[in-house]
Design a binder for this molecule. Sequence first.
Ligand SMILES: *[C@@H]1O[C@H](CO)[C@@H](O)[C@H](O)[C@H]1NC(C)=O
Ligand SMILES: *[C@@H]1O[C@H](CO)[C@@H](O)[C@H](O)[C@H]1NC(C)=O
Length: 492
Amino acid sequence: MGAPSKAASVARTPTYILFCLLALVSLTSVFLYKLDRFAAHTKTVAGHNLEPTPWHLFPPKNFLEEARHARIYKIIQCSYLTCPYANDTFFKRRHSESSRPASKCPDFFSFIRRDLEPWARTMIKMDHIMAAKNFAAFRVVIFEGKLYLDLYYACVQSRMMFTIWGLLQLLNKYPGMVPNVDLMFDCMDKPTLSKTEHRDFPLPLFRYCTTENHFDIPFPDWSFWGWPEINIRSWEEEFRDIKKGSQGRSWARKWPRAYWKGNPNVVSPIREELLKCNHSRKWGAQIMRQDWGEEAKAGFERSKLANQCDYRYKIYAEGYAWSVSLKYIISCGSLALIISPQYEDFFSRGLVPRKHYWPVSPDKLCRSIKFAVDWGNANPSEAQAVGKAGQDFMKSLNLDTVYDYMFHLLTEYSKLQDFIPVPPPSALEVCPDSLLCLADQKQKEWLQKSISFPSPRPPCTLRPTDADFLKNWAQNKQRVIEDVREMEKLES
Ligand SMILES: *[C@@H]1O[C@H](CO)[C@@H](O)[C@H](O)[C@H]1NC(C)=O
Ligand SMILES: *[C@@H]1O[C@H](CO)[C@@H](O)[C@H](O)[C@H]1NC(C)=O
């Protein structure tokens, strides 16, 4: 029995030491308690202490798999003690600007000015930013080459983390060149700022897609840097493998059918309609259901994008809003059959019907698909050429082009700000090390594959503003689509 001897030793201990010990214990517990509270109020890019967006609910993230003290330590270590000590000497290095000449930006970069047109006269004022906050999941302030993040809501899965990573890599790529900006971002799918409802006071809000009837400003989505939850790697890796996969069969040996594989249960009327076209003899189409739960269990073997290029025709159907699948579908080099989309992402506006894809009508959907398949089988070299042009378009949309788009969008946006962006007190700096610090093992592996380095070449040069250019572009597109509709009518 140890108690009596312990009591005896306590009795011999001078009272002041006892007092000190007691004070230390209580101070430590107060400190731990405060630390706990502090961590519980620190929001992170991984989603700690954030609720899902009220305008689009989803199951909240669960971080309970980590022990509580480990989680507290991680939140504090990553959020407060990483960026100040990060070694970014490498990224500070700047190439001399003349080391390589700039190229001309792709034509579709002209849409940047159209997207920002609503603020061309009024400019973007702090009032705009504060009003856009009501629709935002987070606010990004880039200030003197550093990124500050003010978090309001969680984003589904890891899309916030991968989006912010993309911005950090842009800062790495063009050190000292990205201007100071203050912008609001919503990471959920559907545009929210209708042009009729917000006509009197258009709000600038970044997200992944827009429509003709919305003010939302499209920005490259997270999947360009990867989507670990469904095993999609960074865009450059996926493109390389899809292209290789597409060469497995010659055009003549590809199945002469239109193929679609995806998730029809995403509240998408067009995908539900598409299920009715699943008949290879009658409609020339094969429509397959993708069950992500099942795929995950099977190690994603059957959902590998590179294995889906064995068909001459690949269908694109929008999901709940735009779908990240567009770029993978066109990359196959098969003839992409695009069912007239309602949503546009930043690059899809650059696709020209009959040059890069075949436009399919959402009315009489199965008939329109059948018509395209018959046309392609009757005109194989033309169909193959369009498929190839689509693949070449996607090849030119490499990550360098994506960064250049981001660069020009932020630069044009910054020219409209009529205030000096300053990080708000509630924002925290995020740097590549602090983001990696918060990432789980799989996310970390994914992210590290898309680290960018200072570019030896300046960003591409934007073509001068030309109001007629976009007008002609839209008219041209409309005319080609009408021609195809006419061909369909003649056939039936
Ligand atoms: C930081 O990284 C560079 C190389 O990128 C290295 O030369 C330097 O010693 C590092 N500095 C510290 C303090 O670790
Ligand atoms: C479409 O038809 C094929 C072949 O008959 C079948 O294997 C597949 O499950 C069908 N797809 C759907 C979504 O029902």
